[in-house]
Design a protein around this ligand. Structure first.
Ligand SMILES: N[C@@H](CCC(=O)N[C@@H](CS)C(=O)NCC(=O)O)C(=O)O
Length: 221
């Protein structure tokens, strides 16, 4: 399976981590987002939306990290990442909530406070305020859900955890304001102990560190 990806993307981190966790081998094809390679005509033929991750599995081309994660989970006999019965509905509910609500605020701040610096573009303060507002609106719900739970569905991680945690991948670099949410921070730390999630997180950090060096930027000020 070919995985068109940029290791610096939280969405690609989900795809890489789930594949590794399930023992599925992927051929990674680097699409350098910072160089605009996702807008190249060849890539747009594959994914007219111009986004990574994009997966090619034989005749099937899939976009949307949520769908690709499910494609992997349903290709193995049984995995706790994608539980059966009511727990699966609950996981699906959180995946939908992540896409519709929780994963809105953080990417706005990542773009405004971090990625724009690579392009030398000015920060749009209204988008920063909107990103913060959305985090303040939705983070308390996830924080409350995690009281007394190690992971979102229960004792074991599921695809829902990766769908929710992916946008926190740039938390330090973009200084995402999650300090008030102790349960989210503890859960994020627990997820980072899962080898496949940690490994994809390390590749993301290395990728961004190299990009920062190449651009002559420092983000630890
Ligand atoms: N809903 C998509 C979002 C994918 C997405 O936004 N990917 C980003 C990287 S994290 C991207 O390709 N950005 C390029 C652009 O939008 O120009 C998914 O979950 O796979």
């Amino acid at each position: 399976m070919k995985h068109y990806m940029d290791p610096g993307s939280g969405s690609c981190r989900r795809v890489s981590a789930v594949a590794q966790h399930l023992g599925i081998e992927l051929e990674d094809i680097f699409v350098n987002l910072l160089k605009g390679e996702h807008r190249a005509p060849g890539f747009l033929k594959l994914n007219p939306g111009g986004k990574v991750p994009t997966l090619v599995d034989g005749d099937l081309t899939l976009t949307e990290a949520d769908v690709i994660m499910v494609h992997f989970a349903e290709s193995v006999p049984e995995t706790a990442l994608w539980p059966q019965g009511p727990a699966r509905r609950e996981a699906q509910r959180w995946i939908a909530w992540a896409a519709e609500h929780f994963r809105q605020g953080p990417p706005m701040l990542v773009e405004e406070l971090y990625l724009k610096r690579f392009m030398g573009a000015p920060t749009d303060d209204s988008r920063v305020a909107e990103g913060r507002r959305r985090i303040e609106l939705f983070a308390p719900l996830l924080d409350a859900r995690l009281i007394g739970r190690d992971f979102v569905i229960g004792a074991a991680p599921t695809l829902a955890d990766f769908a929710l945690a992916a946008p926190l991948s740039h938390m330090t670099r973009a200084k995402l304001p999650f300090e008030p949410y102790a349960n989210i921070l503890a859960w994020n730390a627990r997820l980072n102990e899962i080898p496949a999630w940690r490994d994809a997180g390390a590749r993301l950090r290395d990728r961004m560190a190299q990009a920062e060096d190449a651009a002559g930027l420092r983000f630890d000020e």
